[in-house]
Design a protein around this ligand. Structure first.
Ligand SMILES: [Zn+2]
Length: 510
């Protein structure tokens, strides 16, 4: 960030199930960060993609009569399509089956081995012979049975390659102590620290009973553990995304890894230790968010408790979904997705507060000033100061990764402008020719304030904000944060009232 570049990632999504709104949430929030930093004129790189190896994928594929590769291709395409639908501006979409990624995984584990951190050891787990796979204790059925076959599993040990993770106890504790903002919110940093303090055991980083994975370069009978393979994507993508360009020296270390709290240990403990071992700089920050809950529970394929974002996009538009998630699910905490809550925010905030404000401003400029926004008579210093203050506050909240607060601050300006309409009552001013200057001031201030609002909300609702700019007679591409400065708008703009920004959505037939 300090060097003018900003590199942000989402987790890569595991291709053993269809995408749902939890995936959409991570992608949207990382996109908000990417867009905001582009507004600041930074050189931004935004990465997302899919995690495609491992026995779960191989088994899901087999159940569907597909090869793992066919299955990964099909599911990866679904995640890619969702990203496009969400209007995510990722610069690359990584797949862990990419040859470029596989090569870097092998090179990186070789570096860890050269550092003396890899050794051969014995790994034990619950094994199903029919599946030819190990299961974690938590995944087992009643009475220690295979979750697929329902038959008893057996405890099996195999020779694996281990990473000397325990040797990184002190370096990790030093990292947390020196960089208190390494993981946000701060209680997640404490959680990572506690887990390291309590116990940090060596990690098995290979499997011998699986073949759908990256072969261990010095022992091709084994594949690299799928999590180790997956984490390396954040670094590997930079090495081959743009052939001939050295993106690693330009963007690494990553500025922000966005993720849900269940994968904190992988990102906050294992990943930095792997990088330290390989002699690569650790990422700057991890932004850990909560779960998008449905009916008080986490969405998951296992429970079938999932929300498909597509019907909401079709009904309300993508910006409404982006806005609802960014606003309703406080970034860093769990939040609940409900259709009622969505509808309420849509009609109360988007349609009434923002959509109506735009309508009122453009129609008053048309009616009272023949469609031309008046020049600034220069009497609204307080509002100008409020806009400037809001821009600074939004930037500070985004820098603190408090994305919901940033949105709330920007929304405060929407409410202030609505208040201004009521206080100044332009329809009254328009009746008195003596008060023409006051009317000019009011119309100018509303148009200029709304332009700043459009710039501040653009990372969350890009399409709608560009429509606001166009309706105000401004260049929809002028969304740089610097352009939010009071008075920076195009002078003598002519409004171009458009259709409703957030049209009324008919009640769904029951
Ligand atoms: Zn089985």
């Amino acid at each position: 960030m300090a060097d003018g570049t900003f590199y942000v990632t989402t987790p890569i999504y595991y291709v053993n199930a269809e995408p749902h709104i939890g995936h959409a949430y991570s992608t949207i929030m990382a996109d908000v960060l990417a867009r905001h930093h582009r507004q600041r004129g930074e050189d931004v790189w935004y990465l997302t993609g899919t995690d495609e190896h491992g026995d779960k994928v191989a088994r899901s594929a087999a159940a569907l009569g597909r090869t793992p590769r066919e299955h990964a291709d099909a599911l990866s395409a679904r995640f890619r399509a969702l990203g496009e639908r969400l209007e995510a501006t990722n610069d690359f979409f990584i797949r862990t089956t990419d040859a470029g990624h596989v090569a870097v995984v092998q090179a990186l584990v070789e570096r860890m081995r050269a550092a003396g951190d890899i050794y051969k050891g014995s790994y034990g787990g619950w094994y199903c012979t029919a599946c030819e796979a190990f299961y974690a204790e938590d995944d087992l059925g009643e009475g220690k049975t295979c979750p697929i076959h329902g038959t008893p599993v057996e405890w099996l040990e195999e020779e694996n390659w281990f990473f000397r993770l325990s040797a990184y106890r002190e370096p990790l504790l030093a990292l947390y102590a020196e960089r208190p903002d390494f993981i946000t919110p701060s209680h997640r940093l404490n959680e990572a620290r506690r887990s390291v303090e309590v116990s940090l055991e060596d990690l098995s980083i290979s499997r011998s009973q699986i073949d759908w994975g990256v072969p261990v370069p010095w022992d091709p009978d084994q594949v690299v553990y799928v999590w180790v393979d997956a984490l390396i994507n954040y670094y590997s993508a930079l090495t081959y995304a743009r052939p001939g360009e050295d993106l690693a020296s330009r963007y690494w270390p990553a500025d922000v890894h966005v993720m849900a709290k269940d994968i904190l240990r992988f990102h906050g403990v294992i990943w930095p230790a792997m990088l330290m071992s390989a002699g690569i700089e650790v990422p700057r920050r991890l932004a850990v968010h909560g779960y998008v809950l449905k009916g008080g529970e986490r969405m998951s394929k296992t429970t079938g408790n999932v929300v498909d974002p597509n019907p909401f996009i079709e009904r309300y538009g993508i910006d409404a979904l982006r806005y609802y998630l960014a606003r309703e699910i406080r970034f860093g905490e769990d939040g609940t997705f409900t259709a009622e809550g969505f509808e309420a925010r849509y009609s109360r905030e988007l349609a009434n507060e923002l959509g109506n404000l735009l309508n009122r401003v453009t129609s008053m400029v048309e009616r009272y000033r023949d469609g031309a926004v008046p020049a600034d008579p220069g009497g609204d210093g307080e509002l100008a100061g409020a806009v400037e203050g809001t821009v600074a506050t939004v930037v500070a909240h985004v820098d603190a990764l408090d994305l919901t607060r940033a949105l709330e601050e920007a929304w405060g300006l929407v409410r202030r402008l609505n208040q201004l309409v009521e206080e100044r009552a332009p329809w009254t001013l328009a009746k008195d020719p003596q008060r023409a200057r006051e009317l000019d001031q009011t119309l100018y201030s509303l148009a200029e304030g709304l332009r700043a609002v459009a710039i501040l909300l653009w990372p969350v609702m890009p399409g709608s904000c560009e429509r606001i700019m166009t309706a105000l007679g401004q260049d929809p591409a002028e969304v740089a944060l610097a352009a939010a400065a009071w008075g920076a708008g195009r002078a003598g703009a002519r409004v171009a009232p458009a259709d409703q920004l957030f049209p009324r959505v008919e009640e769904e037939a029951a």
